[in-house]
Write a protein that binds this ligand. Structure first.
Ligand SMILES: [Zn+2]
Length: 78
């Protein structure tokens, strides 16, 4: 018989180590969603951060492009 998983905050449980090896409190288990996501909580945190960072970079690139276009337009006029 399987051991009952430890449920945390009614949302997570300590399951098998995720494929990215995110340990929970140094133990060979990952904090996973009861909803059955293949990503653990740390995975989701990393993904959110990655999304946020790449989004910000894209925004910066667009701003740079707009600025360059403005400068070029001014040079062509002068
Ligand atoms: Zn993970």
């Amino acid at each position: 018989m399987d051991v009952e998983p430890e449920i945390i905050d009614g949302k997570y449980f300590l399951g098998t180590l995720c494929r990215w090896g995110h340990k929970y409190e140094g133990k060979p288990v990952s904090l996973r969603y009861l909803s059955g996501s293949k990503y653990c909580v740390e995975c989701m945190r990393a993904r959110m951060k990655y999304y946020h960072d790449s989004h910000r970079q894209e925004h910066r690139a667009k701003a740079r492009y707009a600025y360059r276009k403005k400068v070029m337009a001014r040079l062509e006029m002068g």
